[in-house]
Design a protein around this ligand. Structure first.
Ligand code: F0G
Length: 406
């Protein structure tokens, strides 16, 4: 676990453990693992260990012996035949990240991020969040015995996520603004030394999150998919997945990287706009809006990294409407029994759209990463799907409900 923190943009080495941007050029930070030291390691060595984030400890920049873990990762990879039929694709897999301890992929990043906080001797951790990051951080901070402060965009966090942050004992602050406003404030708090920042601009977070790709490789026995599709919000996760494949390729364990495809909601799609214009930077949007509140982000902090991941793998980016998201969410639930939150269903909606547009070849083997659990956002379900039939407490009344057409 020898590594260097570097600037993603100017490449300089960063020595300040608390920097969240490059002191030379303001660029994003990234962790560069010293892979030469792992020359003797083989995939078989790793696969002797139980599947989960810590199976990949030699590729993580923190000390496993001190890990703050809730046994995250090891989530199912479902072979979704009904979904493949509906999308007219050869093979569709869903990597169900809702099966993580707090119900989203953020747990992968937080087990590493909070372990790092403990290694650095921090007492207070914090983040801005559209909900899932705060739920995960609150839980891992509780496990580590740290104080936790979370800043949430007022009125725009799904009920399950808000409940989790409160439940695990974080100080929950509802900010009268959107996620981008909350992130700006929490960065200032971190700069003043009030807390250790655990948003995904902290380069240790994507290190944990990259394990989702290692698991997909293991679960497919190194028969790599042609494409991986995932939702993009603050834009670190697609970078994390990219980094994982690049590391395995550097180790000589794989020889290609799947096309990475990012999906955003139409009301909140700066990365898709940049992709359409072929630019390596993006123009922030002032008023992002979507039912998929997890990805309601106009100024994705890791946007440049996401674009690099997309361009260098020959992937793409596409936006989907709220209606397409809800249709995909229902389709996945009712054809496969997999319950995901709206942002996660964006990956399914994006896949369907790209097949229709002819951008995904029908012979492709596709993995959709579904990032969060359906119970994160019960209100959207109750508002958007199905109906509850009201019966009197007698057999005839219940039978009448059963035979009702709607
Ligand atoms: N899916 C879900 C369920 C999310 O919660 C998020 C991000 C994403 C996808 C996008 O991932 O930001 O790495 O591109 N949620 C963050 C949060 C912003 O605060 O919970 P990304």
């Amino acid at each position: 676990m020898s590594y260097t923190v570097k600037c993603f943009e100017c490449g300089k080495t960063i020595t300040d453990n608390f920097a969240d941007a490059c002191p030379h050029c303001g660029g994003l930070l990234t962790v560069e693992m010293d892979l030469e030291r792992l020359a003797d390691l083989t995939p078989a060595d790793l696969r002797k260990r139980p599947i989960g984030v810590w199976r990949y400890a030699p590729l993580l920049p923190v000390c496993e012996a001190k890990a703050i873990t809730l046994k995250e990762g090891g989530t199912p990879l479902y072979d979704c035949k009904a979904m493949a039929n509906k999308a007219k694709l050869k093979k569709v897999y869903v990597k169900f990240e809702g099966a993580n301890p707090t119900g989203s992929f953020k747990d992968r990043g937080m087990t590493v991020g909070v372990t790092r906080a403990v290694e650095l001797g921090c007492k207070v951790v914090g983040c801005a969040s559209t909900g899932n990051t705060s739920a995960a951080l609150a839980a891992y901070a509780a496990k580590a015995g740290l104080e936790c402060v979370v800043l949430l965009p007022s009125g725009k966090v799904a009920a399950g996520k808000l409940a989790q942050a409160m439940f695990y004992g974080a100080k929950v602050i509802s900010v009268d603004g959107n996620f981008d406003d909350a992130l700006n404030i929490v960065k200032k708090l971190a700069a003043e030394g009030e807390l250790y920042l655990l948003n995904s601009i902290n380069p240790f977070r994507p290190e944990g999150q990259k394990t989702v790709a290692f698991e997909i490789i293991d679960q497919l026995d190194f028969e790599l998919p042609d494409r991986i599709i995932l939702p993009v919000g603050n834009a670190a996760n697609i970078w994390a997945v990219y980094k994982a494949f690049v590391e395995y390729r550097q180790l000589g364990w794989i020889d290609k990287v799947p096309k990475l495809t990012g999906v955003q909601a139409s009301g909140s799609a700066p990365i898709v706009d940049a992709y359409r214009h072929g630019t390596s930077d993006f123009i922030p949007q002032d008023h992002p809006e979507t039912i998929a509140t997890a990805i309601r982000i106009g100024n994705p902090a890791s946007g440049k990294k996401a674009l690099k991941a997309i361009y260098s793998t020959g992937g793409s980016a596409v936006d989907v409407t709220d209606e397409e998201i809800l249709t995909a969410q229902r389709m996945l639930g009712r054809s496969e029994g997999i319950g995901v939150e709206p942002a996660s269903a964006a990956s399914i909606a994006g896949m369907i759209k790209l097949v229709e547009m002819g951008e995904i070849d029908k012979d492709e083997r596709v993995v959709c990463i579904c990032t969060g659990h359906v119970l994160k956002d019960p209100d959207t379900i109750i508002k958007s799907f199905g109906k509850v039939h009201q019966a009197k407490a007698d057999l005839a009344s219940v039978k009448a409900c059963i035979s009702a057409k709607d």
